[in-house]
Design a protein. Structure first.
Length: 181
């Protein structure tokens, strides 16, 4: 695997080695030892999630307080624009975001450490996004920042108004969100 830095140093693009032949391809989607060697510290994943969405669905921007989650995100079918927003008040990149196209074709994964909000927008007919988390989801710890927050000014590659859940549409403004990072 290869690790690529982003404009926020703690968010990484993980590119697995993919072996193609006439039958298809093989890749190792995760190897604990190699992953930890590449990022430089130990990680313990406790939960795997799978999200299936149709074109124009936008999910996020989600994060947890009290039980923050780091995530390793990949797309196993389709194409998404995946976003991580730095919520760490002491960070020089606080309030900055990273966006990356993840697809079943490029096999890239996004490592999003604790202290970040996460969201994605589906660009293909459908998409399956799978991700590992370092802590369990807790409803009372979940927080949401509005996907279209003016302060963050995320440049979503929208074709029209996205399909957003009521919960996500009711998210907080970035400047009025509670961060404990």
């Amino acid at each position: 695997m290869k690790i690529i830095d982003t404009n926020i140093s703690d968010v990484k693009v993980v590119v697995p080695d993919v072996f193609h032949d006439k039958r298809g391809f093989f890749l190792e989607s995760f190897n604990q030892q190699r992953f930890e060697e590449q990022i430089g510290f130990s990680v313990h994943f406790v939960q795997d999630n799978h999200s299936h969405s149709r074109r124009n669905v936008l999910r996020g921007l989600h994060y947890q307080v009290g039980l923050p989650q780091a995530k390793l995100v990949r797309v196993t079918q389709g194409v998404v624009f995946d976003v991580a927003v730095d919520l760490r008040k002491s960070s020089s990149t606080f309030g900055k975001w990273v966006g990356r196209i993840l697809s079943s074709e490029n096999h890239e994964q996004l490592w999003i450490p604790e202290g970040f909000a996460h969201g994605f927008y589906v660009l293909s007919t459908t998409a399956d996004l799978q991700y590992k988390t370092t802590d369990f989801w807790q409803a009372d710890c979940e927080r949401i920042i509005k996907w279209d927050d003016r302060t963050l000014d995320i440049q979503w590659p929208l074709s029209n108004s996205p399909d957003v859940s009521e919960k996500d549409a009711a998210g907080s403004d970035f400047l009025h969100s509670d961060f404990f990072f």
